[in-house]
Design a protein around this ligand. Structure first.
Ligand SMILES: O=C(O)c1ccccc1N[C@@H]1O[C@H](COP(=O)(O)O)[C@@H](O)[C@H]1O
Length: 217
């Protein structure tokens, strides 16, 4: 079984970054959403970006996670965190994503919430706009559109033939990585709660175990 690449979302400290980089994460995510316990201030984000830039050689790409963010706030987030990708985790439309891409010259990860097979129908409309799709569970909370540790029915993806760049998210943890890959064929995985010891606190042992499991497939 080939390996899956990993995005560790919601890092908060330089030590979190170091563990992700050394364990081989392909992406790290910084959350800019004040209702989340993983929300970063611009100051912390800038310090993390400087820390990341001090690495030479291979290092994870940076993702700034936002939810229906307006241009002024996006501008500040991009200046502070200097991301490779903006993750759009709200109700952004394809036109909004196109405008963000054009204005800020960043790649786009678009999160789509999957509850039933018909939720996958919209994927094709993103084919030429999103660099990656992120297929996440539908959140039961109106306050938190993601990062709640809930998964969706992975059987919905068994015959998914959408764009080639997509990652699976929602309720992943070291113990279910192998099953998730074999049921869905995902070549990329995104995780937050499943590698935490408490809300917003990344567990370095769980990060290593998650990435190791993804490498084994
Ligand atoms: O992580 C957050 O706090 C968050 C806030 C708002 C929108 C999305 C968020 N996280 C994303 O959701 C996936 C799945 O999370 P989990 O593994 O089920 O906890 C996460 O990887 C982020 O991309």
């Amino acid at each position: 079984m080939p390996r899956a690449d990993v995005k560790i979302c919601g890092i908060a400290t330089a030590a979190d970054y170091d563990v992700c980089a050394r364990a081989g994460a392909r992406w790290i995510g910084m959350v800019f959403f004040p209702k989340s316990s993983r929300h970063l201030s611009l100051e912390v984000a800038a310090a993390l970006a400087n820390h990341a830039d001090s690495y030479t050689g291979d290092r994870p790409e940076r993702v700034a996670l936002t939810v229906d963010m307006a241009d002024d706030a996006l501008d500040a987030v991009i200046q502070a965190s200097r991301p490779d990708y903006i993750q759009l985790h709200g109700n952004e439309t394809p036109d909004r994503a196109k405008a963000i891409k054009a204005r800020f010259n960043v790649s786009i990860i678009k999160a789509l919430r999957i509850g039933t097979a018909s939720d996958l129908d919209v994927c094709s409309t993103w084919d030429t706009i999103a660099d990656w799709l992120l297929l996440d569970a539908k959140s039961a909370s109106s306050d938190m559109p993601g990062g709640t540790g809930h998964s969706f029915d992975w059987r919905l993806l068994s015959s998914y033939k959408g764009m080639s760049n997509w990652m699976l998210a929602g309720g992943l943890k070291p113990d279910n990585v192998t099953e998730a890959i074999s049921m869905t064929g995902a070549r990329a995985l995104d995780v937050s709660s499943g590698v935490e010891s408490a809300l917003g606190k990344k567990d370095h042992g769980l990060i290593r175990s998650f990435i190791r499991a993804a490498e084994m497939g």
